[in-house]
Design a protein. Structure first.
Lengths: 355, 261, 239
């Protein structure tokens, strides 16, 4: 169960080169808007012809420009969820989900019955006879997800499934998505510009910038050694995840698996939130610091990576985190791997995202 | 806004041009006047040329023609007026105008007779009137009510072949000009029109087959001044011109009409 | 707009109206009109919809020229359309000659009247379908393809259902245009009762002999058109 992609695809005036593999589990294609991610999705789905290259799924060649192989989209067995859903406006929610079954030759009653079950699983609470226009954005995205899953595709392509949703809907859909992705047996490619989605849903991340793959690896690998400023800014972010409880007005305590941090929090307790902290906002000290930072974490330096004007210092503590400081600061502090340090950051620097 | 104002300006200019034309004409010629003649379509060719002769002989005079099927013209005159002179291809429609719009100075000025025309290559091999009754011959007549159409049916009745020929009719054309056009294009095998329809221009494109005198219908063309004419004097001059003058000479000599009895 | 209609109603010889409407001439012309206009509307949809699709979706040189040619019959005087049809499909025409040799003659036949009416009304379907396809999100077809739908299935279950309002509107417009068609019909197909004499031709002929009958038959034509257009209004507007 694997997807192999090695293509060059033209998208208007510019071209996208993408080379990556995906086994079982989720790969996130992460990159800024306009980087060419959706173009790659189009090529994998068979909607766009690559200029060169090859795409294979489970050993079956779907696209081979040199060998003149092009399996049309309808024969690829790839489930695609589009950012703007693309539900059929003339069909009810149920008939949208039944559509791929009907296209595969199922009788109408049979297709409807199976579609009804899929709809109840993936989009509970959506009236089967509701038209797409009557549904909220989140409901539409769940119906689209049900529609993509109902024929049990070999590959799931999720193209910015959360981007067009408001915060509340995004949380709900993300929860469904996590269940779906966990239960899905084949490879899953998630295209997103949001590191939260990439870091919480994907086992591996492929960073796409300006039409090229600039880096790929596990979230942790990327965090420790991002190879571009984009990757550093987005993937290289510290992520703390766990339940949060209110502590004092405006502040909550987040219990991550490996330690606690204080984060901005106004609501009641929540089971699972993601807190993001830019390594640039983390200061390192050789002695316990005094003053305003509420979060002070004692730990040991385990790794120092210098890339150009940036030094990323990994501190193992409770929790562990990465700080980004200048190479000059590393020298001034005389930091070496194994040194004891105190990392500090302000609560307000943490961005919290409910999951 | 600019587009509509340009259009508006154009309309205004056009109207000004129209209304000023008689004035400028008046400056160059004190007798400027207009004459509108409604005439059956069989007169189209002859009257158009006579109009030029007439204008040459009457400096300042402008003759405007409205040609069409006589029945249609009569209906127009009866309901809308606008004609100084009406020249009809049949007495029926002159009677109609006489009874409704009113006329003066009615006189017969030419007669016409019918002829069979076929495409020049004569695909159906038409040698006589009776051949029109052969099965499969595609015949075009002017519609009923149109004088030439009624005359043609009368001639067929005279020859006692109306039933067979009418069964061969593939189209009832709006007037004799349409019959001629259909035959020239070769779409039908034969048609019946006036002798005068086979003008010098038409002759090379068609082949004429005479209809025997004993069954042929002689159409007598009346002409008259329509009541309410704004220019009776000029109208009288036109009637005189085509009845006895040079106009008569050319109608009979060049355009295939026969003199009135 | 309403004035000529009101005048027709005022001028109609109502006492004789029923006998005039039920006259053989009027009923025969009505039958020919209904047959010819419906067949023309059907042909317009069958031929015009694929043409609209080509204009909206295919990319090739000379597309704007093709569009102009396809729409030309709409702006052409109908008589010119008729003369063009004669030159092409008449028994001495470019193509008609071959048809005639094969025993098919379109001129002076009901089929010819259908051809003439189709020629002038098909552009309305082409325009409606092209506009409809342009406003249709092509990515819906992409989505359908990724869901396993073959091109034929996409056409039947996505494109045609979504295009239905435009197809219906185009068909009604084409039908209405075909019903009122006069110039191309009389020029190409002639005027023969029971075969090519449609209501407009009957009106024209009756005008010469019996103006009252012409008015009554005109009103019959109006009533037929208004009736169908009113009955169809919801389908026209409904999406």
């Amino acid at each position: 169960m694997s997807l192999e992609v090695d293509v060059r695809v033209a998208a208007g005036a510019f071209t996208v080169d993408a080379t990556f593999e995906a086994g079982a589990g989720t790969v996130a294609l992460l990159g800024p808007n306009g980087a060419g991610k959706s173009t790659v999705v189009g090529a994998i789905a068979g909607l766009r012809a690559p200029e060169r290259g090859r795409i294979a799924l489970d050993g079956r060649v779907l696209e081979d420009v040199a060998g003149a192989v092009h399996v049309p989209p309808q024969d690829r067995r790839i489930g695609v969820v589009f950012q703007d859903r693309l539900l059929f406006p003339h069909l009810s929610a149920l008939d949208n989900v039944a559509f791929p079954l009907r296209a595969a030759g199922a009788s109408r009653p049979d297709a409807r019955e199976r579609a009804g079950r899929q709809l109840a699983r993936t989009a509970p609470g959506v009236r089967p006879d509701a038209g797409p226009a009557d549904l909220s954005g989140g409901e539409q995205q769940r119906v689209a997800l049900a529609r993509a899953l109902v024929t049990e595709p070999r590959l799931l392509l999720l193209d910015e499934p959360l981007a067009a949703l408001d915060v509340a809907a995004r949380t709900a859909v993300r929860r469904i998505l996590r269940e779906v992705v966990a239960a899905f047996e084949g490879p899953c490619v998630l295209v997103t510009h949001d590191p939260v989605d990439a870091l919480t849903l994907a086992a591996r991340v492929v960073v796409v910038e300006d039409g090229h793959v600039t880096q790929s690896g596990t979230p942790d690998e990327l965090r420790r050694a991002p190879r571009s400023s984009y990757a550093a800014a987005l993937v290289g972010t510290n992520l703390f995840r766990g339940p949060v409880e209110p502590l004092e007005p405006g502040v909550g305590r987040l219990r991550a698996a490996d330690g606690e941090v204080l984060v901005p929090w106004t609501g009641p307790s929540a089971d699972d939130v993601a807190a993001l902290l830019d390594p640039v906002d983390v200061a390192l000290h050789l002695l316990p610091p005094e003053g305003s930072p509420r979060n002070v974490i004692e730990g040991r330096v385990t790794e120092i990576v210098i890339e150009g004007t940036r030094s990323r210092v990994r501190v193992d503590g409770r929790p562990s985190l990465v700080a980004e400081i200048t190479p000059g600061s590393v020298q001034r502090l005389g930091l070496h791997e194994g040194d004891r340090v105190w990392a500090s950051f302000k609560t307000v620097e943490v961005r919290v995202e409910p999951l | 806004m600019t587009r509509s104002s340009i259009a508006g300006t154009c309309i205004i200019l056009a109207l000004t041009a129209c209304s000023s034309a008689p004035i400028s004409g008046g400056e160059s010629s004190p007798q400027a006047s207009e004459l509108t003649v409604f005439a059956g379509s069989s007169l189209t060719k002859g009257f158009t040329e006579l109009g030029a002769d007439f204008e040459a002989a009457h400096p300042g005079a402008t003759v405007t023609f409205n040609f069409g099927p006589s029945d249609g013209l009569a209906a127009q005159i009866d309901s809308e007026g606008g004609a100084d002179v009406f020249a009809s291809a049949s007495q029926t429609w002159m009677d109609d105008v006489a009874g409704k719009a009113g006329i003066t100075g009615r006189t017969d000025f030419v007669t016409n007779e019918l002829v069979i025309i076929t495409p020049s290559d004569d695909p159906a091999g038409i040698g006589s009137l009776d051949d029109l009754a052969s099965p499969g011959v595609q015949v075009v007549l002017a519609a009923e009510g149109v004088p030439v159409g009624d005359y043609a049916r009368e001639a067929l009745t005279n020859a006692k072949i109306d039933g067979a020929v009418l069964a061969n009719v593939v189209s009832n054309a709006e007037d004799d000009a349409a019959v001629v056009a259909t035959i020239i294009s070769g779409e039908a095998d034969a048609g019946i029109v006036y002798v005068s329809d086979v003008t010098a221009e038409v002759a090379p494109g068609v082949r004429s087959v005479e209809i025997p005198d004993d069954v042929n219908v002689i159409a007598t063309y009346p002409i008259a001044i329509v009541d309410g004419s704004s220019n009776t004097e000029l109208a009288q001059q036109w009637v005189h011109f085509v009845t006895t003058g040079d106009g008569q000479t050319r109608l009979v000599g060049e355009f295939g009409f026969l003199p009135a009895a | 707009m309403l004035l000529p209609l009101l005048a027709l109603i005022v001028r109609a010889p109502w006492s004789d109206a029923w006998s005039l409407v039920s006259s053989e001439t009027a009923l025969t012309a009505l039958r020919v009109s209904v047959v010819v206009s419906l067949l023309a509307a059907l042909l317009s949809v069958l031929l015009g919809a694929p043409l609209g699709w080509i204009l909206a979706r295919a990319r090739f040189r000379g597309r704007s020229v093709l569009r102009a040619v396809v729409i030309l019959p709409l702006v052409l005087p109908p008589v010119v359309a008729g003369i063009g049809l004669l030159a092409a499909l008449g028994r001495r025409g470019l193509v008609g000659r071959l048809l005639y040799e094969a025993g098919i003659q379109l001129t002076f036949s009901t089929a010819g009247a259908v051809v003439a009416a189709t020629f002038v009304s098909m552009p309305l379907v082409v325009i409606a379908v092209e506009a409809g396809l342009r406003s249709l999100d092509e990515r819906l077809e992409d989505a359908a393809a990724t869901l396993g739908a073959s091109p034929g299935f996409r056409l039947r279950h996505v494109v045609l259902p979504l295009l239905r309002p435009q197809l219906v509107a185009g068909a009604i417009l084409a039908w209405a245009r075909a019903l009122g068609e006069f110039g191309a019909t009389i020029t190409f197909a002639g005027n023969l009762q029971g075969r090519t004499q449609t209501l407009p031709l009957a009106v024209f002929e009756a005008r010469q002999t019996d103006p009252g009958a012409a008015i009554v038959v005109s009103l019959l034509l109006v009533a037929l058109s208004v009736g169908v257009l009113v009955a169809m209004r919801d389908r026209l507007l409904a999406r």
